[in-house]
Design a protein. Sequence first.
Length: 134
Amino acid sequence: MPGQNYDILVIDDQAGVRWLICEALIDEGYSIDQAASGSEALARLGRNDYRLILLDVKMPGMNGFEILEKIKKFDSDVPVVMMTAYGELDIEQEVADGARPVNYISKPFDLDDLRNIVRRYLSNQNDVDFTAST
């Protein structure tokens, strides 16, 4: 059976965060799928297609950087935005240490910032490098 096409996959272990993001982006007309763990996300990536992935950095089991490396095996072109309370310097260090370059948004984030990031990616303006932090 063929998989589904979604605009966005939200990967975060906190149900409240996933719910908030989904509600904000569904209101914008996007189709959303969600995963609570790295293994669930990878299973979904094996079945479905996504135009953008929103990925939490700190999760139990597999962290966001480990998931990011595995995402490349499914779709090396899908853009990924890391969501983090981890700190931008730590993200930049991970990228310098060999992780795939990504954009990020710092938690807690403004939902308007998140909507703007999603709009930029999904309107094919993803050649612009930006980060959002509060």
